[in-house]
Design a protein around this ligand. Structure first.
Ligand SMILES: [Zn+2]
Length: 415
């Protein structure tokens, strides 16, 4: 087998890895680089079959529904076979109604935890993983008597830590190459580890108890672990959790009835003005019908502010301001710190300041700490480890044994 990292050998996101065996090829992820404004502005990786159909390209695996792993997928010829989790397919479909980044596929095979698929000379075994995206997989690719293990994005401090622990305890034997994500390798203090979602739950609990008005929680509607954390903390504080309709659709798309859903006690659905416009624009006003019985309307927000926690994003400023529900409110910022430096976020922070709304931070990384990566790497004793999804590939050589740093576009023949 041959490996070629097309993008991602020295950057976080935009991942695209090509694997070749017996003249057939497989792609692992086809992401949009995080610093690009949209998928259209990105140069497609130079891989045959990504611009025009090519029969030697047997499939594109999407490890999870984060844009830095799937963002260019909708520019690939529609006949191309895609492999992804069933929930990933539904999440991307639901996203397409509310954002420009989702979409649908014509030719799909679903990844299922532990179920090996055969594709030409390749055998692909997915491993469900703990990550901030729902339905995330690592994959074992076998061919030509060789084994490659691609971690996708993973962590060991979310709500599914048992998946990471299980992988470390039962790694597939005889793996030749470990393609391991190293998001945290360049980030200071990651050696100490990160707070767990349960740690965050306590922090949210404290903030909710000490806030007299409505806590506005700014987190990703696709960070399902975090939504569960916020819901649990809100419930303990006897506050209802008001989610926006986009988030309600994402939760529904998971198909998992154990996750908070719009029809649960303690959950209400709010339709922000920009989402309402988007539904009309997409001719999907019928989506709102599903939530008719669970809606909360702007005119009711003020009355419930003291007994609620609201999922929030800056585009909802006008909604909450008009609703007059900001007395005693606070903002809980629950995303990566790096976004705070963006110009548009600074404008929003100015808006908060102007209204005297305090901001608290409550977040944990979606990626494994360096010490967890070291445990993982040791578990794959037979493998050479190749850095992906990192800004510091050379940093791997200081932290892990038997490292081979690859370069974007250069072939690595492992036979
Ligand atoms: Zn990623």
């Amino acid at each position: 087998m041959k490996i070629c990292i097309r993008r991602g050998a020295k950057q976080i996101g935009g991942t695209c890895i090509e694997i070749e065996s017996q003249g057939k090829r497989l792609i692992l992820d086809i992401g949009q680089p995080l610093d690009s404004p949209n998928a259209e502005s990105v140069e497609m990786p130079k891989v045959e079959g990504l611009k025009t159909p090519c029969e030697s390209l047997l499939g594109v695996v999407l490890s999870h529904p984060h844009i830095d792993h799937y963002g260019l997928a909708f520019r690939v010829p529609t006949s191309t076979p895609f492999l992804m989790g069933a929930a990933t397919e539904q999440i991307l479909k639901a996203s397409a109604i509310f954002t420009p980044s989702g979409g649908t596929f014509e030719n799909i095979t679903h990844l299922e935890n532990g179920k090996t698929l055969s594709l030409g000379p390749f055998k692909i075994t997915p491993y469900l993983m703990d990550h901030s995206a729902y339905d995330s997989y690592a994959v074992l690719v076998e061919g030509d008597g060789k084994r490659i293990f691609y971690t996708g994005d993973l962590r060991n401090h979310g709500r599914k830590v048992s998946l990471f622990t299980r992988l470390v305890a039962n790694t597939p034997p005889g793996v030749d190459v470990l393609l391991m994500e190293g998001t945290t390798v360049s980030r200071k203090n990651s050696e100490k580890g990160f707070p767990t979602e349960n740690d965050l739950q306590k922090e949210f609990d404290l903030i909710f108890r000490t806030t007299t008005g409505m806590p506005l929680v700014w987190c990703s509607g696709q960070n399902i672990d975090r939504l569960v954390t916020v819901f649990k903390a809100a419930k303990r504080c006897q506050r209802q959790f008001i989610i926006d309709m986009y988030t309600a659709e994402i939760l529904r798309a998971t198909g998992n009835s154990k996750l908070p859903q719009a029809d649960w006690d303690g959950i209400s659905v709010f339709l922000p003005e920009f989402q309402k416009k988007r539904l009309l624009h997409m001719d999907k006003a019928s989506v709102a019908d599903k939530y008719h019985s669970y809606r909360i309307f702007p005119e009711n927000l003020k009355a419930v502010a003291k007994n609620s926690v609201m999922l929030f994003r800056p585009s909802m400023r006008t909604d909450v301001e008009r609703a007059g529900c900001l007395d005693g409110a606070c903002l809980v910022y629950s995303m990566w710190d790096g976004y705070l430096a963006e110009e548009k976020t600074k404008l929003f922070l100015g808006w908060l300041n102007g209204r005297g709304i305090p901001m608290y931070k409550c977040h944990t990384s979606g990626h494994a700490s360096v010490s967890d990566l070291q445990h993982l790497r040791k578990a794959f004793a037979s493998a050479v480890v190749c850095p992906v999804h990192t800004t510091d590939p050379m940093g791997f050589t200081q932290l892990f044994e038997n490292v081979r740093v690859l370069t974007d576009g250069k072939l690595f023949d492992i036979n």
